[in-house]
Design a binder for this molecule. Structure first.
Ligand code: SAH
Ligand code: SF4
Ligand code: F3S
Length: 455
C-alpha cells in the first residue's frame, strides 16, 4: 500500500474525520493520489438520509470501473443493515474509532474492526485548509431523536479531554489559523474531566476554577477563548435543550466567539416535536431565540428543519411555517423526512407523499428567502470584518478599462457568505486569501452579500 484516495460524504464531522484518516495514512508513509491510481480508496459514509446511502452504490461501481485493483475501505456512519449489504462490495469496513489500528487490520486481512473506543481524536489531522480548522470536541449522541441514525452509527456521546482540545487549538492559532470551529453532534452537552491542569499556553488560563474538576461547554469555550491571537471561534451543532444561560453569556464574554449560532428546530408543531423526541416545545424554542437575540445584537441564526415527518398534517406544517416567519432565520437546512431502518420513527407509516414533502420544503424555502434577505439588508452600509476564503479571476476585457478584475469570496464575522470585488492593485499588493479584512457591505441578496474592500 503506497497511495490513498478519500471520498467524503455527510456533515463536517465526517470531513473532520477524513482529515484524521489522511493524517494517519500520511504518518504511515502513504501518499495521496487520484481515484484511478490509488492503492486504497476510502469512502467515508453518511447514512442520515436514504439518498445519501443510495449514492454510494453508484460510487462503488465507479471506483471498480476506474480502478479495479484498488482496495476499498468503507467507514463513517453506516447502519448495521447496510453494513451487511455493503460487505460483499467493499474490501474492508472499518470503524473510525479504531483508526490507529487500520493498517494492522488491513495487513492481517481482517474484514472489520471491533467497536473498541480508542481515542482517535488524538491522531494528528492533515487539515484541508490553511486557515479554517474544524476541531472535534465530542462525538456520538445520547438523544435518540426518533428519526435519526446518529446514535446508532456513532454511538453514545464521548467528550474529548479539554487539555487535548486546547492544545490543538493553540497549535492552530500559532500557525496562523483564522477560524476555529469546535465540532460535535451536540457540543453543548460536552463534559469532560480535567485530569492534569497544565496547559502549554498563557498563564491566563490557569485562573479558571472548576467545580469537581469537570469542564462543561461554556467553560471549555472560555478556556479556548483565552488562547491569545487573532482568530475567530465558532461551534456546531447545539441542541436547544442544552442551550444554557451560561452559554448565551459566552457570546458577550468571549471576544473570539463570532455572533453565529446553528440551533436545529426540526419542526414548529408541538405534536411533531414530541413525536420526534426533541424534548422542547415551540414556545421554549421561540423564547430561547428571543433571549439570544436580545443579548447578542447582530447574531445570525441558522437551523435544520425536517418536513413531512409521519402524520405531519397541513396544520402542523403551517405551525412550522409560522414559527419560521416570526424567528426570521438567516439560513436553514431544509430536509424531507426519510425513514431510517432501526430508528423509532421508522415504525410509523411514512404517511406524507414525496410530492407533498417537496412542496412543503419549497414553501419553507420561500419564507427563508424573505427573512434572510430582510436580515441581510440591515447589514448594507456597515463596515465589517470578512475572512477571505478563495478568489476568482475575471477574464478582463482589454478594451474595458475597469480594474475590478478579481472577486473574493469569504465569510463575514456573523458567518454569512460574501462576495467582494477588488481591483487588481488591491489584490496584487496583498494575497488576501486566509486573511481577515475590513469590508463595507454594499449590496444584499438572500443567500449572500456583496462588499467593497475598505482601507
Ligand atoms: N446533531 C445534529 C443533527 C445531525 S443530523 C442536531 O441534532 O442538530 C443533521 C440533520 O439532518 C438533522 O438536524 C435533521 O434536520 C436532518 N435529518 C436527520 N435525520 C433525518 C431523517 N431521517 N430524515 C430527514 N432529515 C433528517
Ligand atoms: Fe440525531 Fe437528535 Fe442526536 Fe441530533 S440530537 S444527532 S438529530 S439524535
Ligand atoms: Fe451523516 Fe454521520 Fe454526519 S450520519 S450527518 S455523517 S454524523
Amino acid at each position: 500500500m503506497k497511495t490513498y484516495h478519500i471520498i467524503t460524504y455527510g456533515c463536517q464531522m465526517n470531513w473532520s474525520d477524513s482529515e484524521r484518516i489522511a493524517g494517519y495514512l500520511k504518518k504511515n508513509n502513504l501518499q495521496p493520489a487520484d481515484l484511478a491510481s490509488a492503492d486504497l480508496v476510502i469512502l467515508n459514509l453518511c447514512s442520515v438520509r436514504q439518498t445519501a446511502v443510495n449514492r454510494v452504490w453508484g460510487k462503488l461501481d465507479d471506483i471498480r470501473k476506474k480502478n479495479p485493483k484498488a482496495k476499498i475501505i468503507l467507514t463513517g456512519c453506516v447502519l448495521v443493515a447496510d453494513k451487511n449489504k455493503f460487505e460483499k462490495h467493499a474490501d474492508y469496513i472499518l470503524d473510525i474509532k479504531n483508526l490507529d489500528n487500520w493498517l494492522n487490520k488491513i495487513n492481517n486481512q481482517q474484514l472489520t474492526t471491533n467497536n473498541k473506543d480508542i481515542n482517535y481524536f488524538s491522531i494528528l489531522p492533515n487539515y484541508n485548509s490553511k486557515f479554517i480548522a474544524y476541531v472535534p470536541i465530542m462525538t456520538g449522541c445520547n438523544n435518540f431523536c426518533s428519526y435519526c441514525v446518529v446514535p446508532f452509527t456513532r454511538g453514545r456521546e464521548v467528550s474529548r479531554p479539554a487539555e487535548e482540545i486546547i492544545s490543538e487549538v493553540n497549535k492552530l492559532v500559532v500557525q496562523g489559523y483564522k477560524l476555529i470551529i469546535l465540532l460535535g453532534q451536540n457540543v453543548n452537552s460536552y463534559v469532560s474531566q480535567i485530569s492534569n491542569f497544565q496547559f502549554p499556553i498563557s498563564n491566563k488560563i490557569s485562573k479558571f476554577k472548576f467545580q469537581k474538576s469537570k469542564v462543561n461547554f461554556p467553560q471549555l469555550l472560555k478556556l479556548v477563548n483565552s488562547i491569545p491571537g487573532d482568530y475567530w471561534l465558532s461551534f456546531i451543532t447545539s441542541h436547544p435543550k442544552d442551550m444554557s444561560g451560561d452559554l448565551i453569556k459566552c457570546f458577550k464574554n468571549c471576544q473570539h466567539l463570532i455572533p453565529y449560532l446553528h440551533l436545529p428546530l426540526q419542526a414548529g408543531s408541538d405534536k411533531i416535536l414530541k413525536a420526534m423526541n426533541r424534548k422542547y416545545d415551540s414556545k421554549k424554542y421561540l423564547n430561547l431565540i428571543r433571549k439570544i437575540r436580545r443579548s447578542i445584537r447582530n447574531i445570525s441564526i441558522s437551523t435544520d428543519i425536517i418536513v413531512g415527518f409521519p402524520n405531519e398534517t397541513k396544520q402542523d406544517f403551517q405551525k412550522t411555517a409560522n414559527l419560521m416567519k416570526s424567528i426570521k432565520f438567516d439560513l436553514a437546512y431544509l430536509a424531507e423526512y426519510s425513514p431510517r431502518a432501526g430508528t423509532a420513527s421508522a415504525k410509523l407509516k411514512d404517511s406524507i407523499s414525496a410530492e407533498e414533502k417537496t412542496q412543503r420544503r419549497v414553501a419553507l424555502n420561500e419564507i427563508l428567502k424573505k427573512t434572510a434577505l430582510e436580515n441581510n439588508k440591515k447589514m448594507v452600509g456597515k463596515n465589517i470584518e470578512v475572512l477571505i476564503e478563495r478568489n476568482k479571476s475575471i477574464n478582463s476585457n482589454k478594451s474595458n478599462k475597469s480594474n475590478n478584475d478579481i472577486i473574493y469570496f469569504g465569510k463575514t464575522r456573523n458567518f454569512k457568505d460574501i462576495k467582494i470585488s477588488a481591483n487588481s492593485k488591491q489584490s496584487t499588493i496583498n494575497n488576501l486569501i486566509g486573511k481577515i479584512v475590513k469590508t463595507k457591505i454594499i449590496k444584499a441578496g438572500p443567500w449572500s452579500l456583496e462588499g467593497k474592500l475598505e482601507k
